[in-house]
Write a protein that binds this ligand. Structure first.
Ligand code: ADP
Ligand code: MG
Length: 405
């Protein structure tokens, strides 16, 4: 796979697919403004590199779920404004991401110009990976760069089909960095390698768990997912959220871990409450003393002590999924303790998952972990060991290019 540095950009129309799917205020006097511009800032290395190399820059993204229709509330205008402020340039936003008017704009650009294309998902062809739509995008440019890791697990036209129609295709710095960190952590890790897995459901992470088991030395399980493992091994979990259809699967995962000599950690105590509610009274109980009318909503202090002690030995840690219902303060201690632990240890530490990333940011320790992935679904797909369609498309594009030259 080529990276943006391998390609001549000077004087050429360079199409960069970014992830500007930023959160917007939904109401109040700031309605429609960006609440967090992190995704835009993380694309700057690639965009600024292209501009420094004299490119005519076309920036493309989706925003929200307009489902193939033009919906003004999903316009990329706020993102174009934000990007313009960040790079100190005036940015033209097109009315449509394809079409003759947009082609006219692209053809009249001079090096250093920045044009932002309107929301790709205003066309249903984007998510259908439609070849005709991809041709429309391709006709705007001479060089294609994918810097949108967060959508690279999806076969969408702007990350897959487009690569068949642009002569020069490459990965941007952010996409490259995501893949490099993941590779360092999971493919060539310094050992011991620990995986911390939590979150809402076993079902959404089962494929990832099964793949992880082929590589890790230890696994710590938390979140609601731990309930299914505990209940599956015969422990009464009261009213806790569980997935009964996965009790057997969970038991099997633990059996495989034992066979492989993987240290498999489950909570030994939990924070229990009668309801997932900020005002609910809480108590810490050992897992074998769960009250019948309560649910487990966070890992307890004895579990925190065991997990952090084991993690201090790790040289590489991959974390996906919060340890509890951390959005409510009474159930956030386990997740916060894990954040502070991985921020403190001398190891390569990678965090993935939308909610887990939020938890690390909330704790103010984002700068103290090695890497926080920008992809939720894409990161999970990597954990599952699946090839990302957009990355496969770039690899294929390079092969095609070699065979032509
Ligand atoms: P990520 O987005 O990092 O991949 P998930 O989406 O899988 O993580 O899980 C995060 C969600 O799981 C959070 O909304 C959190 O409140 C919930 N959660 C974690 N532990 C529990 C629990 N014990 N009971 C109920 N919900 C939980
Ligand atoms: Mg989530």
């Amino acid at each position: 796979m080529l990276t943006v540095k391998d390609i001549e950009l000077s004087g050429r129309r360079v199409f960069v697919r970014v992830d500007f799917n930023v959160p917007l205020y939904q109401s109040g006097d700031k309605s429609g403004q960006i609440t967090d511009d992190a995704r835009i800032r993380r694309s700057l290395p690639t965009l600024e590199y292209a501009l420094a190399n004299n490119a005519k820059l076309l920036v493309a993204s989706h925003l929200g779920r307009p489902k193939g229709k033009v919906m003004p509330e999903f316009s990329l205008a706020p993102a174009a404004k934000c990007l313009g402020d960040l790079i100190g340039k005036k940015i033209i936003l097109t009315d449509d991401c394809i079409g003759s008017e947009t082609e006219g704009i692209a053809n009249s650009m001079t090096p250093g110009d920045v044009v932002m294309l309107e929301n790709l998902r205003f066309h249903s062809g984007e998510q259908q990976n439609d070849d005709e739509f991809a041709r429309g995008l391709a006709s705007l440019c001479d060089v294609y760069v994918n810097d949108a890791f967060a959508v690279s697990h999806r076969a969408n036209a702007s990350v897959v089909a487009i690569t068949r129609h642009v002569p020069d295709c490459a990965a941007g710095f952010l996409l490259q960095k995501e893949l490099d960190y993941f590779d360092q952590a999971m493919t060539h890790p310094e050992r011991p390698l620990a995986a911390v897995v939590g979150g809402a459901k076993v079902s959404s992470k089962l494929a990832a768990l099964e793949n992880i088991m082929r590589r890790v030395d230890m696994i710590m399980i938390g979140g609601a997912m731990a309930n299914t493992f505990l209940k599956g091994s015969g422990i009464d979990m009261g009213q806790s959220r569980v997935e009964p259809e996965l009790f057997e699967t969970a038991a099997n995962v633990m059996k495989i871990a034992a066979e492989k000599g993987i240290r498999f950690f489950l909570p030994v105590d939990v924070v229990a409450a009668p309801a997932l509610d900020a005002d609910a009274p809480i108590q810490v109980v050992p897992v074998n003393k769960m009250p019948e009318d309560q649910m487990a909503l966070d890992i307890g202090p004895a579990t925190i002590a065991r997990y952090t002690e084991a993690l201090f030995d790790a040289k590489t840690v991959v974390w996906n999924g919060p340890m509890g219902a951390f959005e409510i303060k009474s159930f956030a201690k386990g997740t916060e303790a894990l954040v502070h632990c991985i921020a403190a240890i001398d190891a390569l530490t990678i965090v993935g998952g939308g909610d887990t990333g939020v938890a690390v940011h909330n704790s103010g320790r984002a700068d103290d972990v090695s890497y926080i992935s920008t992809g939720g679904g894409a990161f999970l797909a990597l954990l599952e060991g699946k090839p990302l369609p957009a990355v496969a498309a770039l690899v294929e594009a390079e092969k095609q290019h070699e065979s032509i030259n």
